[in-house]
Design a protein around this ligand. Structure first.
Ligand code: NAP
Length: 288
């Protein structure tokens, strides 16, 4: 029986996951199809029967369903619960289990592509949406010492921090500070001057407008810091261009996308993912 894996989202026009996931399944000779399941928000409940069908190995979940899909599942792992979002579903027997592989995807990409661990590190995180939550989870799980969460609506940064402090990943090891994302904020300036990794988890710089200003000035960036932009289209955002010009190490969002996909693949198949093959397929798809 040919198995199925769904990508549940709406709309799905630009996703490259079907390309690199199918390439991985084919390379390992796994008889399965990775399919785009475009599901409008008011029809999400109807995918439950597809997920529970005998031929289904599981699914990826993307915008706008990552939070709402939790109501269809039997169990949600602690990191996904803390993040408040599921991006991967597996079926074990007749139970649907939810995971979030964005957090390990972020941590793994930092280790493997930049040679940096999160343990004992200081992060500045720009943005307070879904991707920022995954970064905070990774920082807590891996033992970072400081995460400064900068958001244009500082109450959203406060809300994320309060959620994590009350959730299953809470730890006293990692200090979490909310600050407004404005150039003049002294606490943000001090954090940028003393960080190991600066992460952009806002969409500023996405798309093709190279003239966009970076979401933050880097004139005070700590020497030796890595600037990690979660955006992968374009591969070099205005933020990364400025960081590179200042001699900082840089990383774009493609490795995170590939490693979250690899972690999902391993949950569905129980086999090690062919990461380099997935990366090449993703790069090729982006060059399109
Ligand atoms: P989201 O939930 O919509 O959150 C976006 C955050 O950015 C919010 O805090 C938002 O603030 C803030 N923001 C938006 N426009 C801004 C601006 N002009 N100035 C300052 N802050 C701004 O989105 P998301 O899902 O977290 O995604 C964020 C980015 O990460 C996207 O570019 C996405 O493509 C990327 N991403 C990459 C990966 C990967 O695997 N590489 C995975 C997930 C996401 P408000 O709340 O005030 O609107």
């Amino acid at each position: 029986m040919t198995r199925r894996i769904g990508l549940i989202g709406y709309p799905l026009g630009h996703s490259i996951s079907p390309i690199f996931q199918q390439a991985a399944l084919d390379a390992l000779g796994i008889d399965a199809r990775y399919e785009a399941w475009e599901v409008p928000p008011d029809q999400l409940a109807a995918v439950e029967s597809r997920l529970r069908a005998a031929d289904c190995l599981g699914a990826n979940v993307t915008i706008p369903h990552k939070s709402a899909v939790r109501s269809l599942l039997d169990e949600i792992d602690p990191a996904a619960r803390a993040i408040g979002a599921v991006n991967t579903i597996t079926r074990r027997e007749d139970r649907l289990l939810g995971f979030n592989t964005d957090a390990p995807g972020f941590a793994r990409s930092l280790e493997r592509d930049a040679g940096r661990g999160l343990r004992d590190s200081r992060l500045v995180l720009l943005g307070a949406g879904g991707a920022a939550r995954a970064v905070v989870a990774a920082a807590l799980l891996e033992g970072a010492v400081q995460v400064t969460v900068a958001a244009r609506r500082v109450e959203r940064a406060r809300a994320i921090i309060a959620d994590f402090q009350a959730g299953p990943l809470a730890t006293t090891r990692t200090r979490l500070d909310p600050v407004p994302l404005v150039a003049a904020d002294p606490r943000l300036g001090a954090a940028v001057a003393d960080c190991d990794v600066l992460v952009n988890a806002t969409p500023v710089g996405m798309g093709s407008d190279a003239a966009t200003d970076p979401p933050i000035a880097l004139d005070r960036l700590a020497r030796g810091a890595l600037v990690y932009d979660l955006i992968y289209r374009p591969p070099l955002t205005p933020l990364l261009r400025e960081a590179r010009a200042r001699g900082a190490a840089i990383l774009n969002g493609l490795p995170m996308l590939v490693y979250q996909g690899a972690a999902s693949f391993e949950l569905w198949t129980g086999q090690p993912a062919p990461v380099e093959l997935m990366r090449r397929a993703a790069e090729e798809a982006l060059r399109g």
